[in-house]
Design a protein around this ligand. Structure first.
Ligand code: CU
Length: 469
């Protein structure tokens, strides 16, 4: 049996009798996560490959998978021509590992490295992506799934899925030669509207993906929207999907004919594949204005069919324990302003009140609470352990997906009506004229970003931070 270099290293290390080596001494054992230019077959066969930036050479980046409570350890290597950093989206992480360039760490320069080493406390479907010039770097491909498995077994129990699949959805703006449309990176017209919408949607890096399934099986699909701007309403006709988790969080199973994923949002759904399946089962997405297009399909993988599972879908284990005490929360407001047709007249930038013409010249066309992306002062500060109740008000003509780093929040109400589900999330879509109230315990010390996950909006004003502790 050939001995791998890694096995040799391990054997050599175990032969040492020195106890309690400092962790850095083991850094050579850290798995590498390398960001570098590569090529991917995003366009249909017959077209050329697309030059992309990727983690580990694949689109999406290789799935990282641990069990809840385990560590994620990666030596990140930057072989890109730009500074970057890796954000572990949705993980309640220690601040120094959050990967937000310029806030929680210095950007990693070309040729540089950074060791990420953190515990993933909560099971669920997460993802990792670039958090420097993310409007460009994510659009070039720098994203991958991060799956945290339940600490206790769920798969295989009665009513649970027998198998699972991760479906990372992405949106690309391709030219006719299959290259990315680079000339429009940073286009202010895109940024002041919905963001950089693409013309090609892929599932796990493939256009028109064919996902083999076993007839009769109960399947868990982990859906991730890795697009930089596109909101993805999804339908799985003939499969009667049942939602079991949102943004990683267990929910009471509920049927969902349509699943709407804002950028960065995730949904776990369970579907029952009929033993009589005799044709591919399409995955449909609303490309806009109720135009449903097929972006992929589940196809018969040819295995012997399983007997059908008709019983109710088993809920995932409930893991989040912190019940919110809403008796006297710290009240905060996040008012979104600006964008095309937004009527923004003035906002602060560089500590100075600017008119809209000056804001456009500075490429800041959005604002939170009258501030167009200044990072000098936080949106708010909170003592450790304080409950925050925050009202998200969208005074713009566009949808926004608001993301809080380091924390999970509960959705209390929408449009003034209590939300019956009170889902826990890390990213919430806020529609124009439909205020959303959220609440969370500020239980993770540090400086955390709060921003729109339409990444062009983030870059042009919809970015702020809050400080805990
Ligand atoms: Cu936005």
């Amino acid at each position: 049996m050939p001995i791998s270099r890694r096995a040799l290293l391990t054997a050599g290390a175990s032969a040492l009798t020195v106890p309690a080596l400092p962790r850095l001494a083991w850094a050579d054992d850290m798995p590498i996560l390398r960001a570098a230019p590569s090529n991917a077959q995003l366009a249909p066969e017959g077209y050329g490959t697309t030059p992309v930036w990727s983690y580990g050479g694949t689109i999406p980046g290789r799935e990282i998978r641990v069990r809840a409570g385990e560590r994620v350890r990666r030596r990140f290597v930057n072989d890109l021509p730009q500074d970057t950093a890796v954000h572990w989206h949705g993980i309640r992480i220690e601040n120094a590992m959050d990967g937000t360039a310029g806030v929680t760490q210095d950007p990693v320069p070309p040729g540089g490295t950074f060791d990420y080493d953190f515990v993933a406390p909560d099971p669920g479907t997460y993802w990792y992506h670039a958090h420097a010039r993310s409007w460009e770097q994510v659009a070039r491909g720098l994203a991958g799934p991060l799956i945290v498995e339940e600490g206790e077994a769920w798969a295989g129990l009665e009513g649970a899925a027998t198998r699972e699949a991760t479906l990372m959805l992405a949106d690309w703006r391709l030219q006719e030669d299959a290259a990315l449309h680079e000339a429009s990176f940073g286009d202010l017209h895109d940024w002041s509207h919905a963001g950089r919408l693409g013309n090609t949607v892929t599932i796990n890096g493939a256009i028109d993906a064919r996902l083999p399934v076993q007839r009769g099986e109960r399947l868990r699909l982990r859906l991730i929207n890795a697009a930089t701007a596109r909101v993805m309403p999804l339908r799985l006709p003939g499969l009667a999907p049942v939602l079991i988790a949102l943004d990683g969080h267990t929910i009471a199973p509920r049927a969902a004919e349509e699943i709407v994923l804002a950028p960065a949002q995730r949904a776990d759904v369970v579907v029952d594949v009929s033993p009589e399946m005799d044709a591919p089962l399409p995955i449909l997405m609303d490309a806009g204005r109720d135009e449903w297009i097929e972006i992929g399909a589940l196809v018969d993988g040819g295995e012997t069919p399983l007997p059908p599972q008709d019983g109710p879908v088993r809920a995932l284990p409930m893991t989040m324990d912190h019940a919110l005490d809403l008796t006297a929360p710290q009240e905060e407001l996040l008012r979104m302003e600006g964008g095309a047709m937004g009527g923004l007249r003035r906002a602060r930038l560089g500590g100075v009140d600017r008119d809209f013409r000056e804001l456009v010249a500075a490429r800041r066309v959005w604002a939170f609470n009258g501030v167009a992306g200044d990072m000098d002062d936080p949106a708010f500060r909170a003592p450790l352990g304080r409950t925050i109740r925050m009202r998200l008000v969208n005074d713009t003509a566009w949808a926004h997906g608001i993301h809080l780093h380091g924390h999970h929040f509960e959705v209390l109400s929408r449009g003034g009506r209590p939300d019956p589900h009170r889902d826990r999330r890390d990213t919430v879509m806020v529609m124009p004229d439909e205020p959303v109230e959220i609440a969370f315990v500020a239980d993770n010390p540090g400086r955390w970003l709060l921003h729109c996950h339409m990444l062009g909006h983030q870059a042009s004003g919809m970015l702020t931070w809050f400080e805990v502790g």
